[in-house]
Design a protein around this ligand. Structure first.
Ligand code: ADP
Ligand code: MG
Length: 244
C-alpha cells in the first residue's frame, strides 16, 4: 500500500485538441492540506474534476487509496463517495430542506438508515453553526450559509478527502471568513484537503503545501513560506506580484 492517499501519475486531459492538463504528477498524504493557486484558465478546476473522475482523464493514473480509479474496470461511484466536493456555486438541491440535502446521499447509497443520517446531519449542522436552519430551503439562506451547508453535505458521507473549488469566490466579502473558518477547523481536525482558492491568507495559514499551476502544469510547489516568500520560477513571481 502506498504511503499516499492520492497519487496522480502523468495525468493528461484534452478537450478536443486543447490539452488542458499536461502530464501532472502529484502525491497527497493522508491529513495533508494542499492549496492550489494559479491564473484563470490554467486547469485548476479540470484537475479537481479529473481527480474524482467527474472528468475522464485522457491519459494517466489516479490512485485513490491504492486503486487506480481511472481504470475502466473500477466502480468509480464507490470511490467517489469517499471524496467530498464543494463547488463555487454551492450546488445545493433547491427543492429540499437543508436537512434533506444532508441526508439524501447517505440514505440513497444505503450507507445509513434515515435515523442515522438524520443524527449525523444534525451534528454536522451544529458544527457549521446552522442548527437553526435545518428546515429552511437553500434560497432563503445567505451565500455563506449555503456554502456551509454544502460543506456539511459533503461531510455527511464521511469522506476521506475534501476537494474545494474556489469555495469563496461567489461570496460577498463579508461572508468569506465564516466559510474559511469552517475549512480551517476541518484542516485542524486532520481532514485531507485539496483547495483551489485565491485566498492567499488561507493558503499561508492553513496549507501544508502550495502548488502553483499555470498552463496545465505544476510550475512550482512547496511550503507556503517557500512559495510565497521566495518563489523560484518567474511565472510564480509574476502571478504573486499581481495577487498579493
Ligand atoms: P481554471 O479552473 O484554472 O480557471 P479550467 O480547468 O476551468 O481552469 O479550464 C482550463 C481550460 O480548459 C480552459 O481553457 C477551459 O476553457 C477549458 N475547459 C474546461 N472545461 C471544459 C469543457 N468541459 N469543455 C471544453 N473545454 C473546457
Ligand atoms: Mg476554476
Amino acid at each position: 500500500m502506498s504511503e499516499y492517499l492520492i497519487e496522480i501519475k502523468n495525468l493528461h486531459k484534452y478537450f478536443g485538441k486543447n490539452e488542458v492538463l499536461k502530464g501532472l504528477d502529484i502525491q497527497i498524504k493522508k491529513g495533508e492540506v494542499v492549496v492550489m493557486i494559479g491564473p484563470s484558465g490554467s486547469g485548476k478546476s479540470t484537475f479537481l474534476r479529473t481527480m474524482n473522475l467527474l472528468e475522464k482523464p485522457t491519459k494517466g493514473e489516479v490512485y485513490f487509496e491504492g486503486t487506480n480509479i481511472a481504470d475502466k474496470s473500477v466502480d468509480v461511484f464507490k470511490h467517489r463517495e469517499k471524496m467530498g466536493m464543494v463547488f463555487q456555486q454551492f450546488n445545493l438541491f433547491p427543492n429540499m430542506t437543508v436537512l434533506d440535502n444532508l441526508t439524501l446521499a447517505p440514505i440513497k447509497t444505503g450507507r445509513m438508515t434515515k435515523e442515522e443520517a438524520t443524527v449525523k446531519a444534525k451534528e454536522l449542522l451544529e458544527r457549521v453553526d446552522l442548527s437553526d436552519k435545518e428546515s429552511a430551503y437553500p434560497q432563503s439562506l445567505s451565500g455563506g450559509q449555503q456554502q456551509r451547508v454544502a460543506i456539511a453535505r459533503a461531510l455527511a458521507m464521511n469522506p476521506d478527502v475534501m476537494l474545494f473549488d474556489e469555495p469563496t469566490s461567489a461570496l460577498d466579502p463579508e461572508m468569506v471568513g465564516e466559510v474559511l473558518s469552517v475549512m480551517q477547523e476541518l484542516a485542524k481536525e486532520g481532514m485531507t484537503m485539496v483547495v483551489v482558492t485565491h485566498e492567499m491568507g488561507f493558503a499561508k495559514n492553513v496549507a501544508d503545501r502550495v502548488l502553483f499551476m499555470a498552463d496545465g502544469v505544476i510550475v512550482e510547489q512547496g511550503a507556503p513560506t517557500e512559495v510565497f516568500d521566495s518563489p523560484k520560477e518567474k511565472r510564480t513571481q509574476d502571478f504573486l506580484a499581481k495577487v498579493l
